[in-house]
Ligand binder design. Sequence first.
Ligand code: NAP
Length: 274
Amino acid sequence: MKIAVLHPGAMGASVCAALAAAGAQVFWVEDGRSDATRQRAQAFDSLPSLPALRGNVEAVVSVCPPAAAQAMSEAVHATGFDGWYMDANAIEPARAQLLHARWGERYIDGGIVGPPAGQSGTTRLYLSGPHAATAAAWFSGSLLEAVPIDGSVTAASALKMCYAAYTKGQAALLLAVRALADRLGVGEALVSEWALSQPGLNERAAASARGVGPKAWRFEGEMLEIARTFAATGMPEGFHLAAAEIYGALAGLKDRDVGLEDVLGVLGKAKNAE
Ligand SMILES: NC(=O)c1ccc[n+]([C@@H]2O[C@H](COP(=O)([O-])OP(=O)(O)OC[C@H]3O[C@@H](n4cnc5c(N)ncnc54)[C@H](OP(=O)(O)O)[C@@H]3O)[C@@H](O)[C@H]2O)c1
């Protein structure tokens, strides 16, 4: 098959590699992308811009910042592209439903759990909808395990929201609490108490800072998707609205080599300095 991935970011490039390993000819679209994307996409075939998708590929897989997922879908749809459209981003089920309404039978819902797939067993692409099994075959035998799941057309997005609600929500909570302690002047005391009664929590805070700091700019949008997912089911949205605020405050750490001190430098200082 001929399949385009929009766009080869850290995860998108590993999706490209998985499709190629499964036998697809993989394309990416150059227009508007940075040198970093260009570097990651070197092994794949390029198309100049979105209108070139039509007639050149049979399927499009969208892997982009969640906040851009719907605009991406609209832009591709506007070209008249008439193949399969898979959204594999962390978006709320209601938004996935809008994409489904836009693409109809040609829509495949996806949600990725795990890091960019560099070895087998780490990363799953959950797929839902009537054509989930068809799309799973595009990844057959690759390092990215494609897993069709039962339920509604947008079940894959729902699962991704639930998964990330905990992993990224708890990381934001931990960093916010650690910063709160600094603001109140009890940072060292909290670290000492954690070492006694919450073994491993200090290390987890440091690991969370390293893990989420460089990607926080993208997580703000993802937390807003999760907040709306909670609200749509009648549950409180506030946890993840706050997490969005925390990640938004850290957006300036984008793509940097980040440690806990950098995160506390942003979150922990304001009132402490008074
Ligand atoms: N990375 C992970 O560990 C991970 C894990 C699970 C799920 N995911 C999902 O994968 C998706 C993307 O993650 P990623 O790690 O590939 O992100 P990334 O490394 O930040 O790459 C994002 C890609 O999208 C492009 N992009 C940036 N702004 C855009 C916009 N406004 N419209 C369209 N494209 C845009 C970027 O291009 P330029 O920078 O060249 O402009 C880049 O090629 C997200 O939905 C995320 O939830 C990622």
